[in-house]
Structure formats: C-alpha cells, structure tokens
Design a binder for this molecule. Structure first.
Ligand code: GDP
Ligand code: MG
Length: 723
C-alpha cells in the first residue's frame, strides 16, 4: 500500500485535536475554546506505517474570514490530501453539515466522523448514520473522540476511501443554480482539474472574493446570469446559495436525526447558566468579579499576599540567597576574574534571575486561566466583553490578554494566541504592555513617593492611562494598512461547560511557562550581557569594577541622548535616561539603576533613599512625564521577545516598538504641559511645542479616515524603486 495523507477538517471546537491526539498519540493542546489550533499539525496514525494525519484550524465555511481559516482552505485545495475526515459535532449537526457540503464539492474522498455521540446518547437522542451516509453519498461513522469509541472503524473507512479514491458525488442545488454552476464548470475546463471543478464553480457562483480574483474573466462573464438568479430570489448570490445549502441540510437531517426531548422552557443547565453569565448587563460585573477573585488570590491586595506573589517573593529571595551569594563565593574562592564575576552576577543572577523569579506568579496565573478556559467560562467572558470592545475596534477576546498583562506583559502577549483573527491578535499584542505590569509598580511607587507624598492616585492614574491608551490604539491601529478591516465577526459559539481535565490544564500551564523560560534563557540573557557591558566599561574599554555605572559607556550614551527628553522636562539629568535604558532589561531595574547612579549602597524597592534627590531634580510635571514615558514606551526585552513571537517578523516588532515609543513620547509631552499648568511650574518651550504638535497628531490619527495613507504611498514608492 502506498503512503497517504488524510486531512482532519471541521468546525472550531468539534473535537479535531482530541481525535488527532487519539489517532497519532501526539499531545497537541486541546482547549474548550475555539481557535486553539492556529496552525496545521502533522502526525502518523498509530498502527499504520504510511498514513499521515494533518490537523487543521477549525472553519465554518470554505470562504474564510481569517488567516488561519485560509490555512485550512489552502490545504484542502492545494495540499492534495488523499482523503479528508470531516468531523461533525453531532450535537450541532445542521451548522456542521454546512461545511460538509462544501467539502464534498472539493471532490476529495470524504469520510464524515460523527463526533460527540456520547453526549447525544447521554441526552437520549440518536442519529441514523446509515441513512445519513446514503443521503450524503459518503461513509458516516459515529464516534466519540473523547471516549475513543468508533476510532478503529473510522480509520479503516478513511483508509479505504483514500485507497479507492472514492470521490463523493455532488449534492445538487435547484435547477436554476445548477445551470449557472454547470456553465461555469465548462468555462473552467482547461483551468482546474476535473474533480475540483465543481467546488470552484460553486464558489464563483457565490461570488467568493478569492476565487473571483483568481478567475476574473469568468467572474465577469457570470454577472448577467447571476443577476437574473438574484432577481428571482430577491437576494445576493451568496445568501441564495447558503439558503439552498440549509434547505439540503434540512432534507438530510429529517428522518435521520432524533433529538433528545428537552424541557423547552428552561433548556439545559448549561443554557440556564449562560442566561445569567452572558446577560447583557449582569454579565459584566460577574466577569469582573470572577477575574477580580482570581487576581486577588494570586497577586494579593493591600496587606494580604496572594499565592503567586508569595511564591515569587520566595523564589526571588532564593535566587539572591543562597544561589547568588554562593555563586559569588564560589567565584571568589576560585579566583574568577573580577569582570567575569560581574558578568555572571549581573547578567545571569541579576538579569535572567529576576525574570525567572516571576515564573511562579505566572504559572499560578496560567493555571487559573487554563481552568477557567477548560470549564468553558473564558468563551463566555469574551462574549460579554465583545460588546464593549467592538466599539473601539477591538474584539472581546482582546480583554483576557490585557488583563493578564497587568501581571506581566509576557504572558499577556502570549495570551493573544487565543484570538483567532490575525488583525485583532496583532493589535492586541502591540497594545498589551501599555497596561502597567507588576514590574512597573516600583517605578510608580518611586515617583509617587518622591514627588507626590505617596498619593495612591498616581497608581490609579497609571492604570486608567493604560486603558485609555489601549482603547486609543484600537482606533488608531485598525487604520494601518496591514491591520485594516473590521474586527472578525464574533461567530464563536459557546462550548459546553464541563469539569476541567487535569491533563489539559497542566499541559496548557506548562506549555506557556516553558515558552517563557526559553525566552529568559536566550533573548533576555543576551540583552542583559549587552547592558552589563555598557554599564561596566568606559569608552576605552577599561573595566570599571562591579556596580560602577559612572564614567561608563552607558553614561556617555546617556549624556549624548538625554537631550531628546528635553520636551518632557527631564533632559538635564542623564541618570534618568540611563535608568530608562536599563529598564528595558526589566522595568524594576530602573529603581536600582538610579540608586547606583546616585552612588547609594542600599536602595529599597521604591528608592526611598533618593526621593529628595529626585524631588530636587524634577518638577511634579516632569516627574509625571518621566513616569508616563517609562510606563508606555518599549516594554522590557522579554516582552519585546514575546511580541516578536506573536508578530512573526523583526520588522513588524520594530514597527510596534516604534509605535509604542512615539505614543509614549507624545502622551508624556502632553502630560508634562498640562501638569505644568496645573501645578504652576515653568515648562520648557520645546515641551510646549511638542505637546501642541502631539495633540494635533493624536486628534488627526483618531479622527482621520485614512491617516496612514501617506506612509502607504511612501511604502509603495520604495517598493517600486526597489524593483
Ligand atoms: P477542536 O477545536 O476541533 O480541535 O476541538 P478540541 O479537540 O480542542 O475539543 C473541543 C472540546 O470538545 C474539548 O473540551 C474536548 O474535551 C471536547 N470533546 C472532544 N471530543 C469529544 C467527544 O467525543 N465527546 C465529548 N463529550 N466531548 C468531546
Ligand atoms: Mg484544535
């Protein structure tokens, strides 16, 4: 027997990955949340030497909305699978068959796997697979992926279909539509292989955008005839055809599907819970309550330490002592040179250690979120928030990453993975770090303590500012060419509630934690080594000794570039610029760096020792501008690395960082001038000029319909020149 490839295709959340894992023995992530599989995965079917199985992202239709749906469509059409297993969620059979009909059109040998039969049976319903199979013209195998029932029969049927190349017969629409299709099929005769012709013809009749672009003349020649059909149905072609599909589905289902007797008035328990948690008004406070509880439990509040904070404090302490102290001792005992000791202590223990210290916090947070996700609550939360966020051009699913980002930007950015639409995912990944993360809290405490008598409103201001800038970015970024378009339609359906699966939850938690550790071991280490070098050597490369930052290369650079912060009111003090740079390693570094630069031996968490120095250096307005710039500008290297993972290229990551720095600069200059007015202090002239320009620019970006048009034109010119 020759080797063959079998594709798995189906709606989101119908059990594809569960089946894939069962058949291949792999352990891909399964989530009770549509959109978990965002790439194709390939594996060998167990017990068969030459059969390859390809898991694809879930789709509702072969006219895709979002990039990962394109992955599936392209694989089915161009990947030449020998057969496709179309998984149908039997509890939602009508909507799932909508895709099935389109798959049958592709002419690929198809086997329908009727999944979730355990649920159907439990509820007392039934599906006559044999009758359905006769009507569909392809094998229909009842299975339960979860309980491993019917899998052997399924694999056999798929192998037979692939071997015999059993192409399904088309299921025909009414005569008027069919005559349009068959005419198109003849026009496609020398362009598309015979077995796929019907699929392309139907898509052309539907006026599918991608296929119409592929065959513009045929699409053009169809216009007149389809106008006649549209006239007679009084509807657009795509609706005419989808109505026709649902009519066919009605015929398929009647007589072969028997539904469980449900209490019509109250619905299932799941329905009743949903009526409360997704309620238009009550849904939002419930959501805030659930997440509030999670966050209080993990991060803590006031004098109460949350479990995550507790563990992180412990690990941070442990890394410092005994690990740090014994490494230092070991270096001393073994005559390790001073610079090398400095490198090890500051880059490994200080830089990477500080980041690893956050790991327990993150693991506990991931664990809680994975549980909420697995029981099915996260899908409801996204549904509730969608109404609010859509107004600003973001989708409801953006809310979770932003929330996670208040703990740490890295997992926040990684949590954007669950957003299906590429556009929403990118915009969210670029905005998450505007929210103050845990590591920015010391900076807030520093400014609040030094300049505002520890006023709690400084912290509140930081969070409100974060949200405002995120919502603003939603409006601005969606106007960017490569991010254009409406937020993806929210067609995610609500998955059933169930008890969390221990394996799923643990795997999900460890996967995300491991990704973070890898990052800490690579990019953060490199960046830490680099900054250590700049801070420990003078411009003629003489080693300055541990903890010396004066006379260093960093100071030289700081003195040279600090002039750009003149409009923000803190250019006269290069130490602040250097602190901003070292904050890129980890934001809380800023407080320690300033301590070193002010030649202090001991510096507390919020830099209490030098509050008076800062108060002498900065007006309150300049202090606010300093704080705002550091909150909003490029995040730490770890978060930049995470952005790179989600955005895909360094170019896109660079653009994102540039965007963040520009916004930070603009907002900080505005705050500086407003603050100077409020507190009646003098402001730099350059600051006033920049602030006025910034207000104009922000208003323009928010109001103009196509503010990036000029940039696009420049981009096009560059491309033309390059050619
Ligand atoms: P995918 O999005 O299509 O890849 O779906 P997943 O494999 O991630 O599964 C979605 C959800 O359906 C998970 O919570 C699974 O545990 C659940 N599930 C999958 N197969 C079955 C089944 O046969 N019976 C039941 N009751 N649940 C299932
Ligand atoms: Mg999946």
């Amino acid at each position: 027997m020759m080797g063959f490839t079998i594709a798995l295709a189906g709606n989101p959340n119908c059990g594809k990955t569960t089946l894939f894992n069962k058949l291949t023995g792999a352990s891909q992530r399964v989530g009770n949340w549509p959109g978990v599989t965002i790439d194709r995965k390939t594996g060998k079917i167990r017990g068969m030497t030459d059969a390859e199985l390809v898991d694809t992202p879930g789709i509702y239709s072969l006219s895709p909305y979002s990039p990962e749906e394109v992955v599936t469509r392209n694989f089915l059409l161009e990947g030449n699978p020998d057969a496709v297993i179309n998984i149908v969620d039997a509890t939602n059979i009508e909507r799932n068959l909508f895709l099935t009909l389109q798959i049958l059109d592709t002419g690929i040998p198809t086997v329908v796997a009727l999944n979730m039969m355990d649920t159907i049976e439990k509820e007392g319903g039934s599906v006559d697979a044999k009758a359905l199979s006769e009507k569909l013209g392809c094998p229909v195998i009842p299975i339960s992926a979860l309980k491993s029932e019917g899998l052997k029969e399924l694999v056999e049927a798929a192998a037979t279909a692939a071997n015999e190349c059993a192409r399904p017969a088309a299921i025909k629409f009414g005569d008027d539509i069919e005559s349009l299709i068959s005419e198109t099929e003849s026009a496609l005769a020398d362009k598309v292989p015979e077995e796929k012709r019907r699929w392309y013809a139907v898509k052309l009749a539907e006026k599918d955008a991608t296929v119409s672009e592929q065959f513009p003349e045929i699409a053009e020649s169809l216009k007149e005839k389809s106008a006649a059909v549209e006239e007679s149905y009084g509807d657009e072609m795509d609706s005419v055809i989808s109505d026709a599909r649902y009519e066919i589905i009605g015929g398929l289902v009647s007589g072969s599907v028997k539904r469980a007797e449900k209490d019509e008035k109250d619905g299932t328990l799941s329905d009743r819970i949903d009526r409360i948690v997704t309620h238009r008004i009550a849904g939002i406070p419930i959501f805030i309550g659930v997440l509030g509880a999670v966050f209080l439990g993990i991060i803590g509040f006031g004098d109460i330490t949350g479990i995550g904070t507790y563990l992180t404090d412990w690990l941070n302490g442990y890394i410092e002592d005994p690990i740090g102290t014994s490494v230092e001792q070991w270096c001393a005992d073994n005559n390790v040179s001073e610079p090398l000791t400095g490198l090890i202590m500051s880059a490994f223990i200080g830089g990477v250690g500080a980041v690893i210290g956050f790991l327990p916090q993150m693991l506990v947070l991931f664990l809680a979120l994975c549980i909420l996700e697995d029981i099915g609550y996260m899908a409801r939360a996204a549904f509730v928030m969608d109404r609010v966020f859509r107004f600003f051009g973001l989708s409801g699913k953006s809310f979770i990453p932003i929330l996670v980002g208040t703990g740490c930007g890295v997992p926040g950015i990684m949590a954007t993975r669950t957003i299906e639409s590429d556009r929403d995912r990118r915009i969210t990944a670029m905005s998450v770090t505007f929210m103050p993360c845990g590591a920015k809290l010391p900076i807030i405490a520093l400014i609040a303590g030094a300049l505002f008598g520890n006023n709690g409103f400084v912290a509140l201001f930081a969070y409100v500012l974060g949200i405002v800038v995120i919502l603003m970015s939603g409006i601005i970024l969606k106007k960017w060419r490569s991010l254009a378009g409406e937020p993806a339609p929210f067609i995610m359906e609500l998955p059933p509630y169930h008890l969390p699966s221990v394996l799923n939850v643990i795997k999900g938690t460890l996967d995300r934690g491991w990704a973070f550790v890898k990052k800490a071991g690579t990019i953060i280490l490199l960046a830490s080594v680099f900054v250590w070098f700049l801070a420990s050597y003078d411009p003629s490369f003489n080693y300055l000794g541990a903890d010396a930052t004066t006379d260093s290369i960093l100071q030289t650079i700081g003195q040279a570039v600090c002039v750009i912060f003149q409009p923000l009111g803190w250019a006269d003090h290069w130490e602040l610029t250097v602190g901003t740079v070292t904050g890129l390693i980890a934001k809380e570094n800023l407080v320690g760096t300033l301590g070193t630069l002010f030649s202090l031996d001991e510096v507390g968490d919020a830099g209490e020792e030098y509050w008076d120095i800062l108060a002498a250096y900065l007006t309150p307005a300049a202090g606010m501008a300093f704080l705002v710039f550091n909150l909003l500008c490029a995040p730490c290297f770890a978060a930049i690395g995470a952005m790179h993972r989600e955005l895909g290229t360094w170019k896109a990551t660079g653009m994102a960082v540039a965007y963040q720095c520009c916004i930070a600069y603009m907002v900080a200059s505005i705050i500086y001038v407003i603050g100077s007015l409020i507190w009646g202090t003098s402001a730099e002239i350059s600051g006033i000029v920049i602030a006025i320009l910034s207000v104009a620019a922000l208003v323009y970006l928010l109001v103009a319909k196509d503010p990036f048009l000029i940039m696009d034109k420049i981009g096009k010119k560059e491309e033309a020149v390059a050619e």
